[in-house]
Design a protein around this ligand. Structure first.
Ligand code: S3P
Length: 176
C-alpha cells in the first residue's frame, strides 16, 4: 500500500485513462477520474456540460472535484487535460500525490483522437495546428505540476504503466 496517490496529467489523448486502469490493476489501487466525477456531480456528459453551461462552469465544477479529492490516498487519479490550467488545482493535485505527466507528440495525439468527438475543446478544430497551439499554451503548467514526465509515443499502455512503476521505485527521476 502506498501512502499517497498517483495523479496522471497530460493533454487529451495522452492515454491517462488507459494507463490509470493498468496502474490500478498492477498496484491494486482504485481509479478516480476527474471527468467521471464531474459527470456524476452534474448528472450529464462532459459534452453536454460544455454545450449547456459553457466552459467556465465546467472549470468551476472541475475545481470543486479536484478540491474534494485532494486528500485521497492509495488511488490512481486520472485528471482531465485542462486541470493544470488553474494554479489552485496544481496545488491540490500535488497534495499527497505523485504527479505523472504523460507526454505524447502532436501527431500521435491527433491519431488517437481523430475518430473521437467527445472533446468539446477540439470538437470543431481537430487538427495538428490546434493541438500544437493548445499544447504549447499548457506546457508550462503541465511541467510545473509534474514530478515525473513519461514519453508515451510508440509504447503500449502496459509498457507505460510499468515504466511509471519502475521510475517511482527508483526515486521518480526525470532522467532516463
Ligand atoms: C479537457 C480535457 C478532457 C475533459 C474536457 C476538457 C481539456 O479530459 O476534461 O473535455 O481542456 O483538455 P481528457 O484529457 O481526459 O480528454
Amino acid at each position: 500500500m502506498v501512502e499517497y496517490s498517483i495523479a496522471l496529467i497530460g493533454f487529451m489523448g495522452s492515454g491517462k485513462s488507459s494507463v490509470a486502469k493498468a496502474l490500478s490493476h498492477s498496484l491494486r489501487l482504485n481509479v478516480l477520474d476527474t471527468d467521471v466525477l464531474i459527470e456524476e456531480k452534474m448528472k450529464t456528459s462532459i459534452s453536454e456540460i460544455f454545450e449547456k453551461y459553457g466552459e467556465e462552469k465546467f472549470r468551476e465544477v472541475e475545481k470543486e472535484v479536484v478540491e474534494n479529492i485532494k486528500n485521497e490516498k492509495n488511488s490512481i487519479i486520472s485528471c482531465g487535460g485542462g486541470v493544470c490550467l488553474n494554479p489552485q488545482n496544481i496545488v491540490n493535485i500535488r497534495e499527497n500525490k505523485l504527479v505523472v505527466l504523460l507526454d505524447a507528440s502532436d501527431g500521435v495525439i491527433l491519431e488517437r483522437l481523430k475518430e473521437d468527438s467527445s472533446r468539446p475543446i477540439l470538437k470543431s478544430n481537430l487538427n495538428i495546428e490546434t493541438i500544437e497551439k493548445i499544447k504549447a499554451q499548457r506546457k508550462e503548467s503541465y511541467h510545473k505540476a509534474a514530478d515525473l514526465i513519461v514519453d508515451t509515443d510508440n509504447k503500449t499502455v502496459l509498457e507505460i504503466a510499468d515504466e511509471i512503476i519502475i521510475r517511482i521505485m527508483k526515486g521518480h527521476s526525470n532522467e532516463n
